[in-house]
Design a protein around this ligand. Structure first.
Ligand code: FAD
Length: 683
């Protein structure tokens, strides 16, 4: 999604022997990934099911990313036009659109030399590649897949003979690659104006039989993409007064370059190592993720700009502290993080569709997952009907009562971004405190993140859920209260997004509102709020040997580490979520591989008093993997779609249903007043 550092455009603009007279850059909105019904021509119906996720039936691409992508696509079109070329924008299944374009071009007597695309990892991406290859083969057209060069270290330089050679521990991989500063390839030159093969007129390829129209302006494209997304989003409290987005950035290659320049010029790249765990504002981290995910910028462009600063080779950075003084802790850590992204993609290359398996890269059938769909629950348990659904709903809407988690979830819904530290806590909370199938969380993030990337999202969820490439696996559990004390020292992040809690002064109350004394609840208008009266989880947290809870209801330690005895919290003797008793597992256990055993307590994770919490670790293991594997397969066009859309903006097309979808709780049928909220993305 860029004209700079683009291997295809570079090849066409610099070599004289390619033999092509014309070039047709084509961008296709894929119906399984983005809801395209808003681009339908009048009188047409979509032949595709809604672009919803497999388990939770959430939109695959929510409004924040849809907006970002619209801007990105349009900026690419403008930049190609500046070079004397153009971008054709279409919507529909890849092979359908390609077939139509081939027919139209041949009608105009074009001899089609080749179809080129850039390789992407991921199940669907590989299926798309195969579908295009087949169309080309049937049409007698050469098909070529180009290596994706938007990563930090080029695949040709990793020295991994095959994907299976990738170490299962990131640090091992990093050490193999160090020194990182010397590894990236040079950025490819941007084509000069007029250096690309001639453009093809849009009128030569327009297909009036296509149910989807080609938007004639950016505004229309954005409007078309956002229209269907006005329903199906969570009901959250009003946008908090005074809050501004940590990610106010708009899509596109030009904006990506502006962000990169500003990051270095402002000196924020230098301080990155100290600030990267921040929670508030645009500057604590690079905010390059969405640009990287969409391919508006490459990791080696980031590296090269950092080099220019470090080596004192760019006048525009001359006034910035550290100019010409070599790599510093900040710039070094940015490279380190960019390699994480490479690593996550290489994991997909290695593990392929296991990226989406409940059992993860580790093939871990020992984990005990609860699901809103009872038949998918992997251990015997008696959750009152609908209890997990309710809990998930509250988690997604940010009303659990766990301050850090709620703040992050609300920020995500409002703005499409939430910081890495918050993401880690949310994922750990969902998977390890609530034991809910981590894939629901991954799908939720897929819908809402502006920077969603298939590899980074799913592999990070696996990592945090203990089924991926974290050597500490299940043993790493973030305590969101302790994390709040460490990373949100004044409680400002929680107060920013959970405005109901702004009147609170004590940190322990901010991070767990239920610890607020009853007298204060009335005074501060907190009485009666579900997140205060009935939190989904209570964590006993002790600082300096003293309980942080003034009422001390949970101050007795009942075993350390994950699990421990079933708690006596609230006097209900519950295990797990408030108020439910878990019987011992009756389903035979699958053996847990030795490799998947939790690693011993160490380092940056917590042990907490599980007074209210989960039952003993092994007691509820068993059953393993119901519906866990391969759930993403088989996307198809058949099936009657359940009448899901309460807003009813367009009805009557195919698509899967499922109990989750029928339950209106997940995504209330509510017409949003305005989306995104006006203050979420200030211009
Ligand atoms: C549960 C979970 C889900 C995530 N989903 C995504 C996702 O869909 N897309 C995504 O880009 N990142 C994802 N991340 C990683 C990370 O949270 C974001 O990359 C980061 O918060 C984006 O903000 P930034 O650009 O300011 O990052 P910075 O801190 O400035 O990092 C610089 C760049 O390094 C890369 N990076 C940093 N950390 C990671 C990481 N853990 N994994 C992969 N790449 C990383 C990103 O490209 C990022 O832009 C996820 C993390 C978690 C815990």
């Amino acid at each position: 999604m860029r004209v700079s550092d683009n291997p295809i455009l570079h090849k066409l603009s610099t070599s004289s022997d390619h033999g092509f007279t014309h070039l047709l850059p084509l961008f296709i909105f894929l119906p399984q990934q983005v809801e395209i019904s808003g681009l339908l021509r009048d009188g047409h119906e979509s032949p595709y099911p809604e672009a919803k996720s497999a388990l939770g039936r959430f939109w695959r691409c929510g409004p924040h990313r849809a907006k970002f992508i619209a801007k990105t696509v349009w900026n690419l079109k403008e930049n190609l036009e500046k070079l004397g070329s153009d971008l054709t924008i279409r919507a529909g299944a890849l092979e359908t659109v390609l077939r139509s374009v081939i027919v139209k071009l041949r009608e105009k007597q074009f001899n089609i030399g080749a179809v080129w695309m850039v390789e992407e990892e991921g199940d669907e991406e590989k299926k798309n590649e195969a579908a295009l290859a087949e169309v080309c083969s049937k049409a007698g057209i050469d098909f070529h897949v180009w290596l994706d060069e938007k990563y930090f270290i080029d695949d040709r330089d990793t020295k991994l003979a095959c994907p299976q050679d990738l170490p299962d521990v990131y640090t091992t991989y990093r050490k193999l690659m160090e020194p990182l500063r010397e590894k990236p390839r040079r950025v490819l030159a941007t084509p000069e104006q007029g250096s690309l093969p001639s453009r093809i007129e849009q009128s030569d390829i327009v297909d009036w039989g296509d149910p989807f129209g080609v938007p004639s302006s950016y505004e229309k494209l954005e409007e078309g993409l956002l229209a269907p997304l006005k329903v199906g989003l969570p009901e959250v409290p009003p946008f908090p007064e005074g809050a501004i987005s940590a990610h106010p950035f708009e899509g596109g290659e030009d904006n990506a370059q502006k962000r990169l320049q500003a990051l270095i010029k402002s000196g924020h790249a230098n301080t990155y190592n100290d600030t990267r765990n921040g929670l508030l504002g645009p500057e604590f981290s690079t905010k390059l993720s969405a640009y990287l995910a969409q391919g508006c910028i490459t990791a080696r462009q980031v590296h090269e700009a950092l080099l220019a600063f470090e080596d004192g080779r760019s006048e525009s950075f001359a006034g910035t502290e550290g100019y010409g003084e070599g790599e510093n802790e900040g710039t070094k850590t940015i490279r380190f993080e960019l390699l994480w992204r490479d690593y996550m993609r290489l994991c997909t290359k290695k593990f392929k569709s296991r990226l989406f398996y409940q059992s993860g890269f580790r093939d871990d059938y020992g984990s005990k997952w609860k699901s809103p769909k009872p038949k998918e629950t992997t251990h015997s348990q008696s959750q009152p009907n609908g209890e997990i659904e309710k809990t998930l709903k509250r988690l997604f809407a940010g009303t659990t009562g766990m301050g850090l988690i709620d703040a992050s979830q609300r920020e995500l819904v409002y703005t499409g971004y939430t910081p890495n530290r918050a993401r880690q806590n949310v994922a750990s909370f969902l998977a390890k405190h609530l034991n809910i199938d981590w894939r629901y969380g991954a799908e939720w993030y897929e819908m809402l993140l502006v920077d969603y990337d298939v590899n980074s999202n799913w592999a990070n969820w696996q990592y945090m859920s203990g089924v991926g490439n974290d050597p500490r696996g299940e043993a790493r559990i973030f305590n969101p209260v302790k994390q709040g004390f460490e990373y949100d020292k004044e409680g400002a992040y929680v107060k920013r997004w959970v405005s109901e809690l702004r009147g609170l002064e004590r940190l322990e109350n901010i991070f767990q509102a239920w610890t607020t004394p009853e007298g204060d609840r009335d005074r501060l208008g907190l009485a009666g709020l579900e997140m205060v009266e009935n939190p989904v989880k209570k964590i006993d947290f002790v600082v300096e040997g003293k309980p942080k809870n003034p009422r001390r209801p949970f101050n007795r330690r009942r075993g350390r580490g994950r699990g421990g005895g079933g708690g006596a919290a609230n006097g209900c003797g519950c295990g797990g979520l408030n108020g439910q008793r878990h019987p011992a597992a009756t389903v035979p256990q699958r053996p847990t591989s030795k490799d998947h055993r939790p690693y011993g307590p160490a380092g940056n994770f917590m042990q907490y008093n599980n007074t209210n919490g989960n039952s003993g670790d092994d007691a509820f293991r068993g059953g393993g993997g119901a519906n866990g594997d391969g759930y993403r397969g088989g996307w198809g066009y058949s099936g009657r779609r359940a009448d899901y859309r309460g807003g009813g903006y367009r009805g009557g097309r195919g698509g899967g249903g499922g109990p989750w979808q029928h339950n209106s709780w997940a995504l209330p049928h509510r017409q949003m007043q305005q989306w995104p909220p006006p203050m979420a993305t200030p211009r």
